[in-house]
Design a protein around this ligand. Structure first.
Ligand code: TEU
Length: 526
């Protein structure tokens, strides 16, 4: 069924390669937001060479693949998600040679690298949009979505994200409206025009030819628009159209992208950001094995620290994604768009420690967000330092690498304030403390790598008190039990050896039968 192999990585832990599942089903992903990860040149914003210098942290931790948020030339109205050139590197982050060095450094460590593809919109400073905007007759005009109308009535009721205002902006010079699901500085591309698809496929090939292992695709569910542009229903009041767009056209677009990556050897991946608030709808983006390999599924991210709510999310994910042909779930608790989960769950480190057992223990591919392994909370951002139009600054605070002034950045202040307790809660200090949350993440990642049951095994609930979620992962190679207690101390009717405990207590010993509030365990029941 599977073959054991020692991989040669900088890490001395022998790891096991299970050849029966594609790499991305076994992989743990690690998201890096380049502005906030590390600098190589003493700047307040991070850069690609800074990431390269800190890659040993990522491989020491035991993750398998990095997803890099955008580093492309950009006016930074949306901090890089407003791309002005899809095939280059913003000077803030380095250049294409720095990218190639980073990619090679990842591959030397057996880390895959995904880049962020932003195909729904460009910057308004992109040459394509500058051309499109210059005249109604420009050959690129139809690369974007334009509509006639009077300057006081937008074509429909769609709302833009972040501004809460109309998703249409009137272009006075040419007398038409253009569509933007996000900022007015982010005009939407018109994927109904085959030239757009061709151009974006060219962008994909540019990065695939350089050797990237695939893409995280931004707002992939937004790409196809219903040509009738129907109003959003009244009951969706307040939701931006970006959270509602869910059309048949998009599935054709995704199939086209999938063909591009499938033409390359080595299992290149498309991991889509489907920001729809229904897991049942998200599941449709896996297609029939001809659309996304993996999709984000955000409803669990929005669930509170509550066992019954989480049980429902796991059941939905199992029903709609795991049981779907070609469906394979992903799990994510934090990213650059949302308040970090430790803060969302009330701020206790104990809960953050227990939460990672969900991420790494449930069936599917986990996506970690840099800094969660330090148990970071969102930074407190004073009004005068807020910069993001979507109010997401807190989760984008720079990673503190050590406890000295400047936390390894060589500057007094980075582009955003440091996260809380950075003097004590940083990579260097937590690495020296075997009991830290950082070492907990590492132990759990190591335990996951060593167990095919935990990576790709079947999932079954264990019958336990309401406040506990407990499940068994099983395959031919063995079994693992994971339990997370979101409520009162409770009895867990499982015997076996504790492999990893969220509070570090009793590891290597027989499980005692009681699981405390906000505690979690990984047990070998054999
Ligand atoms: O996010 C898409 C998206 O739908 C979210 O931004 C969502 O609207 C927001 O979190 C609600 O608070 C992607 C990127 O992840 C995000 O950073 C970009 O700003 C956005 O696309 C536009 O490119």
């Amino acid at each position: 069924m599977y073959r054991r192999q020692h991989r040669h990585t900088l890490d001395t832990t022998p790891s096991i390669l299970f050849v029966d599942a594609p790499w991305w089903q076994r992989a743990v992903f690690y998201q890096i937001y380049p502005r906030s990860f590390a600098t190589s040149r003493g700047q307040p914003t991070g850069d690609l060479a800074g990431i390269e210098q800190h890659l040993d942290h990522v491989s020491w931790l035991g993750t398998d693949a990095v997803w890099l948020s955008p580093f492309y030339p950009s006016p930074m109205a949306d901090f890089g998600y407003d791309v002005a050139d899809h095939c280059d590197v913003d000077p803030l982050f380095g250049d294409l040679e720095a990218f190639d060095r980073l990619l090679a450094a990842c591959h030397r460590r057996d880390l895959k690298l995904l880049v962020d593809l932003v195909p729904n919109h460009t910057s308004d400073q992109h040459p394509w949009f500058r051309a499109a905007r210059s005249s109604r007759d420009d050959p690129r005009r139809d690369w974007y979505v334009w509509r006639d109308g009077s300057s006081d009535t937008p074509p429909n009721n769609w709302l833009a994200a972040f501004t809460g205002e109309s998703a249409w902006t009137w272009d006075d010079a040419t007398g038409q409206w253009y569509l933007h699901l996000f900022l007015p500085e982010q005009p939407d591309l018109n994927w109904a025009n085959p030239e757009v698809a061709e151009a974006m496929h060219g962008v994909m090939r540019f990065w695939l030819d350089r050797g990237v292992d695939g893409f995280r695709i931004d707002v992939v569910h937004g790409l196809g628009k219903d040509p009738a542009l129907p109003d959003d229903p009244p009951e969706s009041t307040g939701l931006p159209h970006s959270a509602l767009n869910d059309t048949a056209e998009t599935h054709d677009v995704i199939r086209g992208m999938r063909k591009v990556v499938d033409a390359y050897p080595g299992g290149r991946l498309v991991l889509g950001e489907v920001f729809l608030l229904s897991t049942e709808r998200v599941a449709t983006y896996y297609g029939n094995g001809d659309e996304l390999h993996l999709s984000f599924n955000f409803p669990p991210l929005f669930a509170p620290w509550d066992a019954s709510r989480w049980r429902r999310q796991v059941e939905d994910t199992t029903l709609y994604i795991a049981q779907r042909a070609n469906g394979w779930p992903t799990w994510v608790l934090s990213n650059h768009d949302n308040v970090r989960h430790r803060s969302r769950y009330g701020g206790s480190e104990q809960r953050a420690r227990a939460a990672v057992f969900l991420l790494l223990g449930l069936r599917g591919s986990p996506v970690l967000y840099a800094g969660e392994e330090l148990g970071l909370e969102d930074a407190v951002i004073p009004d005068e330092r807020r910069v993001d139009p979507g109010g997401r600054d807190g989760c984008r605070a720079p990673i503190p690498w050590d406890g000295a002034a400047g936390h390894g950045w060589g500057v007094e202040e980075a582009w955003l304030p440091w996260p809380p307790e950075a003097d004590a809660r940083n990579v260097a200090v937590l690495r020296d403390d075997a009991g830290s949350i950082l070492h907990l993440y590492r132990r759990l990642l190591t335990a996951r790598r060593a167990s095919s049951a935990l990576q790709t095994g079947d999932f079954a609930w264990i019958d336990v008190p309401e406040s506990i979620l407990a499940w068994r992962r099983t395959d031919d190679g063995g079994q693992r039990v994971v339990a997370v207690n979101m409520g009162e101390d409770g009895l867990l009717p499982v015997e076996g050896t504790v492999l990893v405990a969220s509070d570090g207590v009793g590891e290597g010993e027989a499980f005692g039968g009681v699981l405390g509030r906000d505690r979690a365990v990984l047990i070998d029941p054999s």
